[in-house]
Design a protein around this ligand. Structure first.
Ligand code: MIC
Ligand code: SF4
Length: 649
């Protein structure tokens, strides 16, 4: 039977189940990646499994998020991660080497393989023909221990690209166009597979921009075929031998089809405060801009920065704007220096940051009060920039350059001469310098793990379910599209606590309701009620571990985002949904509720709202394995039993 590209790659990696839409499959993971903000917890969990060495073909630990070292904590975490990598046979990309997804694409991605990463933008590697999926740290730890990764077999959407992009329209605008069509939850349990003649007009980094931002639709992943363009990219990276051709069979059947004529797309932005709030640049042009940022795993490739450098050549950033540039990797920086384009950026007045996530995760660069920041990033959730009343627009590098010059939201077609783009050319071979990536050595028992005082062991959790019912108070009721940035904020103040659950728990929902953590502690836990797409955004499992630490037993919503629902299960919190979404209105914060869960297998539950004297039917999407995890009090308890005693020293 003719197969889609995703079916081919997944088919070669299935170790449990059959690929039938909506059913659970277990797949073998070839590669894993972690970053420092999720990695410390993931490796603490991995250590507790008592495995001697990772069982994947390749595992890489990156340091790119927590690089603003305002005290010892982030620096201690980096040393911990380096010693863990040495002990367990993991590649270690040192601080300053670049953003995990950019470096992984350049140096490690292999077409046809599977990659699991403890970061939601892991699908970036789909630009090079990998099935690359974001997951919670515990799932990645299990993959490193050789366990399959379990997921619901997604529907496969054929995103057919036709034609060619016009001048000043880029891959970012394609990603935004996809978001305009699907919204922030339209990709749920889907793989976006790109096909059509338009594919060959896009380079691998451009494809990676599109697969990166597919995450914002809630998609399981996005993938491009591996073709001649992929081959040239891998040859440029000196990895031609890793290239294989892989594409869908002619006549492959898809669950859905979307056709995008690239020539019809025009410059777009996502307006505050959602990546799904897509507008034409021309419809918002003239809005005053105070800050412009170029970087992040979406748009920090060499081509992206070359475009900005050449557009800014001979100009100076508008006096009302502060322009920040965070290149994606050292490879990008070395090229920009060699070609003289770095100088164009510096002369234009750009503030050059290190190769890291930086302001994308609120690690510095917060905009002024009430201001507008235009960023080439992928998320503009409220407060993520570090300034709660700032408005962040997401744009392409060319739009960002136009805004930097004019001081207002501007269409680059109105600001620059299209001939300038002809000066942007990529080298035949990239500068290859892996000296900041430490390869795995012999490792083993002799390697001492360096554990700073802020690194606290993973807390042990009891099962929340006792006797087929749970009761308590509704501690908080929130609306639709609550992101993990709302649940467990990031930023320079809170991120250093990622390896310290008792401390980070104090900040759960802190931007939504200051007293949440205190109230949860006083009431010995309780419940959260939410709307649609609850938990969208990042893969951070802290958005489940910390609420669990505060005693949250169940989260009851209209619908969940994929990674967050899996993280709740992993840490023993019941993810429940209203059978009838309108029943959301029948429960309020402060209500006393009891949930009759029965044995969970039936999937039907009743919530007794004792305050309102009403019975509300609930449901869940838990498979048998999930139920086992919930009953055990979380996946670590369950899997821990399988691997033996905790080895955390
Ligand atoms: C993000 O972009 O929100 C992050 C920070 O990269 C997260 C991971 C984290 O919270 O550490 C993600 O996307 O998964
Ligand atoms: Fe880093 Fe931002 Fe990408 Fe997350 S989205 S990995 S914070 S650059």
């Amino acid at each position: 039977m003719a197969k889609t590209l995703a079916e081919k790659i997944l088919g070669e990696h299935i170790v449990e189940g059959k690929f039938r839409r909506g059913q659970e499959i277990g797949i073998r993971i070839d590669q894993t990646l972690t970053q420092d903000a999720t990695g410390t917890m993931a490796y603490l969990q991995f250590e507790s499994m008592g495995i001697d060495r990772v069982k994947t073909d390749l595992s890489v630990s990156y340091v790119d998020h927590n690089t603003l070292q305002t005290d010892f904590r982030n620096a201690d975490d980096h040393l911990f991660l380096q010693s863990i990598a040495e002990k367990y046979g993991i590649w270690f990309s040192r601080p300053g080497n670049g953003i995990c997804h950019q470096v992984h694409l350049e140096r490690f991605a292999v077409p046809g393989g599977t990659l699991l990463g403890s970061d939601s933008h892991t699908p970036t590697a789909g630009g090079a023909g990998m099935i690359a999926i974001g997951a919670g740290g515990l799932d990645v730890a299990c993959a490193m221990a050789g366990e399959p990764f379990y997921l619901t077999a997604p529907a496969i959407v054929n995103v057919k690209l036709e034609g060619k992009l016009s001048a000043f329209v880029s891959a970012k605008d394609v990603a935004l166009d996809v978001l305009r069509r699907l919204g922030v939850a339209g990709g749920f349990e889907k793989i976006l597979e790109y096909t059509g003649d338009g594919v060959k007009t896009l380079g691998v980094p451009e494809r990676a921009t599109i697969t990166n931002m597919g995450t914002e639709t809630g998609a399981t992943t996005s993938v491009f075929p591996s073709d001649g363009v992929t081959k040239s990219f891998m040859e440029q990276e000196g990895r031609g031998k890793d290239w294989v051709e892989i594409s869908p069979d002619a006549g492959a059947k898809y669950d859905e089809e979307i056709t995008i004529d690239l020539s019809k797309i025009e410059p777009l932005v996502a307006a505050p405060h959602s990546p799904g709030n897509v507008k034409k640049v021309r419809d918002v042009s003239g809005t005053k801009v105070n800050q412009v940022m170029v970087g992040s795993c979406t748009n920090s490739s060499l081509a992206d920065l070359k475009i900005v450098a050449n557009l800014l050549e001979g100009r100076v950033v508008n006096k009302g704007v502060s322009l920040f540039i965070a290149p994606g990797s050292r490879q990008v920086v070395e090229h920009l220096i060699e070609s003289g384009e770095m100088n164009m950026l510096v002369s234009a007045g750009a503030r050059i940051l290190e190769c890291a996530c930086g302001p994308c995760i609120g690690m510095g660069g917060a905009p002024p009060s009430g201001s507008v920041s235009v960023r080439t990033f992928n998320r503009n959730f409220p407060g993520r920039s570090g300034t709660s009343d700032a408005g962040v627009y997401l744009s392409s590098p060319a739009v960002a350059a136009a805004c930097a010059v004019t001081g207002e939201i501007s269409d680059p077609r109105d600001v620059f001469d299209a001939h300038t783009l002809e000066k942007v050319s990529l080298p035949k071979r990239f500068i290859i310098d892996d000296s900041m990536i430490i390869p795995p050595g012999k490792g083993g028992k002799g390697v001492k793990i360096i554990r700073g005082p802020n690194i606290k062991p993973m807390p042990a959790f009891e099962p929340v379910l006792k006797g087929g019912r749970i009761s308590g108070e509704v501690l908080l009721k929130v609306g639709d599209d609550i992101s993990t940035d709302d649940i467990m904020p990031a930023g320079a103040k809170i991120l250093p606590l990622r390896s310290n659950i008792p401390e980070i728990s104090k900040f759960v929902f802190s931007a939504v309701d200051e007293d949440f953590a205190k109230r949860a502690a006083q009431k010995h836990g309780g419940f959260i009620i939410g709307g649609k797409n609850y938990g969208q955004g990042s893969s951070r499992e802290h958005a489940a571990i910390a609420p669990r630490y505060l005693g949250i037993k169940a989260v009851i919503v209209k619908s969940f985002a994929r990674i967050h629902a899996a993280n709740l299960v992993n840490f023993g919190i019941l993810p429940l949904e209203f059978e009838n979404p309108e029943d959301y209105d029948g429960v309020a914060a402060g209500n006393d509720i009891e949930i009759i869960t029965g044995n969970l297998i039936s999937g039907k539950l009743i919530m007794k709202n004792k305050t309102e004297r009403a019975d509300i039917p609930l449901k869940h999407n838990l498979g048998e394995r999930d139920i086992r995890y919930i009953i055990a009090g979380g996946k670590l308890n369950y899997v821990g039993g399988k691997f033996g005693e905790s080895k955390n020293d």
